[in-house]
Design a protein around this ligand. Sequence first.
Ligand SMILES: Cc1ncc(C[n+]2csc(CCOP(=O)(O)OP(=O)(O)O)c2C)c(N)n1
Ligand SMILES: [Mg+2]
Length: 317
Amino acid sequence: MDTEKVAEMYRKMLEIRLFEEKVFELYGQNLVPGTIHLYAGEEAVAVGVCSNLRKDDYIVSTHRGHGHCIAKGANLDKTMAEILGRRTGYCGGKGGSMHIADFSIGVLGATAVVGAGIPIATGAGLSIKLRGTDQVAVCFFGDGASNQGTFHEGINLAAIWKLPVIFVCENNLYAMGTRQTQVMLTKNVAERACAYGIPGVTIDGNDVLAVFQATKEAVLRARRGEGPTLVECKTYRHKGHSRFDPATYRPKEEVEEWLSKDPITRLKRQLLQEGTISNAVLAEMEKEVTESVEAAAQFAKKSSFPLPGTALEGVYV
Ligand SMILES: Cc1ncc(C[n+]2csc(CCOP(=O)(O)OP(=O)(O)O)c2C)c(N)n1
Ligand SMILES: [Mg+2]
């Protein structure tokens, strides 16, 4: 893989991490209405997947969606402004953290209803097939979502119709405080792919290059019209489920083990060891990303709130 592409992946993962750290900080200052579900720790999934996508490909995101949108090319200023509920945000400040959408870059939106994005991605896949383009649709969802009926219905339909969809399960081992092992007897979510007659793979979701490679094959298969793939990425969220969750249900050793597998430090170590990118280049990149995230926070903070008179705009029913 060429160095430039890997460097770009590193930059994107860092952008997501620093963005999430900033959101956490702003939340502490009471600037974020509602709650937040941070993506920190899972960056390799969104970045590895989206590095295979074109601007006109689609993604469907979740409640833990800031990282998906940024990886697909969302504007940091508008994302931050939306999270802070400001007029300059993606949805005019009316959607907030869990509802960022940008059709111009294929971000079809996020849904806070667990598993609800799966049939939406199948629908996007059907639209692609009917229009006869070679776009693909990617659906991000969690291990918890894989136990919803929408998972079965959405994937089965995509399978029988050979739709160009890549179902990406972000298995972070927990659905809120519920461990995967408490609610599933299979070890891997991807084992379920055989029930739909499609390929299913389980990969190290903290290895951005492994995610890139596995989804590359799935994307090519989808573009060739051969149908969907279920890609399960094993990963871990650094923080609790949402802002108020101290995550005391997770054993300390488990947290430490996963922190030592941090996808960003891991790639950085690899790049430095191989001598592919110098420390100086990485430091410059880190400086630029820090500045752009800070600029997004300033932009959001300076923006005004939606006007009360616009409350009914965008309401369809
Ligand atoms: C249909 C539905 N049931 C329950 C909830 C409450 N809820 C919000 S997030 C969540 C856990 C989701 O777990 P998972 O799919 O593994 O995603 P993760 O949060 O781990 O990224 C639950 C149960 C919801 N939003 N929607
Ligand atoms: Mg989960």
